[in-house]
Design a protein around this ligand. Structure first.
Ligand SMILES: Cc1cc2nc3c(=O)[nH]c(=O)nc-3n(C[C@H](O)[C@H](O)[C@H](O)COP(=O)(O)OP(=O)(O)OC[C@H]3O[C@@H](n4cnc5c(N)ncnc54)[C@H](O)[C@@H]3O)c2cc1C
Length: 392
C-alpha cells in the first residue's frame, strides 16, 4: 500500500512560507461565499480594467499556475524533476474567440509541443479543442445537425487546426492529450480524436483521447475503441478523468429534456473509473494510459494493477497525474515509490487565466472532501516541522 499520508515526502519541496500560503488559500476557498465574493471582485475589476495581478500573483496564482510563459515555467519543471515528477504545460488562457485569438492560441500550443520535445522534464503536451471554434459549431456537429456552408467552412478550419497539432506532436514524437469538456461538444471531439489516433498512433500512442468516467456510456465506448484498434492496428492513448462539469451537465439534461449522461451516484462513477483502469491494464498491449485523478483509492487501484500484471512501476506506457497545486501527497509519494508521475501545470498571464483560477476555487469548494484533506495534510506537516525544530 502506498502511504499517501506521508507529509514529509509530500511537501519536501515546499518552504514553510509555501505551506502557510497554501493553508490560508484552502481555508478560504472552502467557503462558498468567499469564492462567490472573489468572482464578483474579479468581474468588477476586469470590467473597470483595474489591475489585480499584485493581489492574485503571490496567492492563488502562485498556488495553481506555473507562470506567464513556458520559459518562465522552466525552473519549476526542473525543480519537479528533482523529485521524479514530470510536467505538462497547459496553456490556460481563456476568452476571446476572434481569428487572431485562435491563431495566437494555436501558435502557443505548437510552441508547447516543441518545448516538450526539447525538455525531458515534460511528459506530454495538451490542448482544448474548444479553443479552435465556436461552441455553436461544435454543438451542432455533435448533434449531427446540418451545418450551413459558412459553418461547414469554419468546422473544416477547426479540424485542420486540430490535425496540425497532432501532426506537429507526431513529428516531434511528443504525446498530446486532447482534453474533454462539455457533453454537448464531446461527440464531435471524440470522433475526430479517434480519427487522429488511427492516423498517428500506429507505432505508439501520440494522440490521447480523454474519457470522463462520470459518463455512464464510457465503458461500452472503451470496448468499441479497443475493437477498432485491433482491427485497424493502432495504439489507443487513453486519458482517464472523472469529469469536471457534473452539476452543469445534470442541469442541462433536465433543461433540454434528454437523459442525464452522468452516473447516478459517486460510487457508480468511482466503479466506472476503476473498471476503466482495469480494462486498459488487462489489454495494455493496445493502450498507453494516463490516469488523472486526486482520488487516493483510484491511484492505489492503478498501482495494484501494475503489480498484479508484473509491469514495471516506471513502464513508459503508464502515467499518474495530478493538477499543480493540489494533491502533492499523491504525486510525491507515488514518485518516491518509482511510478511515473506528472503534474498538469497551467500557464498564462494573470488576466487570461482568471476563469481557470475561478474554476479551481469552485472545484475545491464543491469537492469539500478534497479540500479538507489538503488542509489536514498541510496542518500535519506544519506541526511535524515545528516538532522537529524543537528537537534540534
Ligand atoms: C491531471 C488532470 C487532468 C484533468 N483533465 C480533465 C479534462 O480534460 N476534462 C475534465 O472534464 N476534467 C479534467 N480533470 C478534472 C477531473 O475530471 C475531476 O473533476 C477532478 O480531478 C476531481 O475528480 P477526482 O477523480 O480527482 O476525485 P474525486 O474527489 O474522487 O471525485 C470527484 C468527482 O467525482 C464525480 N462525482 C462527484 N459526485 C458525484 C455524484 N453524486 N454522482 C456521480 N459522479 C460524481 C465528479 O466527476 C467529481 O468531479 C482533470 C484532472 C486531473 C487531475
Amino acid at each position: 500500500m502506498i502511504d499517501f499520508k506521508n507529509t514529509q515526502i509530500a511537501f519536501e519541496s515546499k518552504s514553510n512560507n509555501d505551506l502557510r500560503r497554501a493553508k490560508f488559500l484552502f481555508n478560504s476557498i472552502k467557503h462558498t461565499w468567499i469564492v462567490n465574493l472573489g468572482k464578483v471582485f474579479v468581474y468588477v475589476t476586469s470590467k473597470l480594467r483595474f489591475p489585480v495581478g499584485w493581489l492574485l500573483k503571490p496567492t492563488i496564482y502562485k498556488q495553481f499556475v506555473g507562470g506567464e510563459t513556458l520559459t518562465k515555467c522552466t525552473p519549476l519543471a526542473q525543480q519537479l524533476m528533482k523529485y521524479n515528477i514530470r510536467s505538462i504545460f497547459d496553456y490556460s488562457a481563456e476568452g476571446g474567440g476572434s481569428a487572431d485569438d485562435i491563431q495566437d492560441t494555436l501558435d502557443e500550443f505548437i510552441s508547447s509541443i516543441k518545448y516538450a520535445k526539447d525538455n525531458d522534464s515534460v511528459a506530454y503536451a495538451v490542448f482544448k479543442p474548444t479553443a479552435f471554434t465556436t461552441d455553436e459549431i461544435l454543438e451542432k456537429a455533435s448533434a449531427k445537425t446540418k451545418l450551413t456552408d459558412e459553418e461547414q467552412k469554419q468546422y473544416d478550419e477547426y479540424r485542420q487546426r486540430f490535425e496540425k497539432l497532432c501532426q506537429c506532436a507526431y513529428d516531434c514524437n511528443v504525446r498530446i492529450l486532447v482534453d474533454a469538456e462539455d457533453y454537448c461538444f464531446q461527440d464531435a471531439i471524440d470522433e475526430f480524436t479517434d480519427e487522429m489516433m488511427r492516423k498517428f498512433n500506429k507505432k505508439r500512442a501520440i494522440v490521447f483521447t480523454t474519457f470522463q468516467m462520470y459518463r455512464h456510456d464510457r465503458m461500452p465506448y472503451l470496448e468499441r475503441l479497443y475493437q477498432d484498434a485491433c482491427k485497424n492496428d493502432y495504439i489507443i492513448g487513453m486519458k482517464f478523468v472523472r469529469g469536471a462539469y457534473m452539476e452543469k451537465e445534470r442541469e442541462r439534461a433536465k433543461q433540454f429534456g434528454y437523459p442525464d449522461p452522468i452516473c447516478p451516484t459517486k460510487q457508480a462513477t468511482d466503479e466506472n473509473y476503476n473498471n476503466g483502469l482495469r480494462y486498459v491494464i488487462e489489454h495494455i498491449d493496445k493502450f498507453e494510459v494516463f490516469s488523472g485523478t486526486h482520488n487516493e483509492e483510484s491511484n492505489q487501484v492503478l498501482a495494484d494493477l501494475i503489480e498484479k500484471y508484473s509491469l514495471a512501476r516506471n513502464d513508459n506506457r503508464i502515467f499518474f497525474a495530478q493538477l499543480y497545486g493540489m494533491s502533492d501527497n499523491i504525486s510525491y509519494n507515488l514518485a518516491h515509490e518509482g511510478y511515473n508521475v506528472t503534474k498538469y501545470i497551467p500557464y498564462a498571464p494573470v488576466k487570461k487565466v482568471l476563469p481557470y483560477l475561478i474554476r479551481r476555487a469552485e472545484e475545491n469548494t464543491a469537492i469539500a472532501g478534497q479540500t479538507a484533506r489538503e488542509l489536514e495534510l498541510i496542518k500535519t506537516e506544519i506541526k511535524r516541522r515545528k516538532k522537529e525544530k524543537k528537537k534540534l
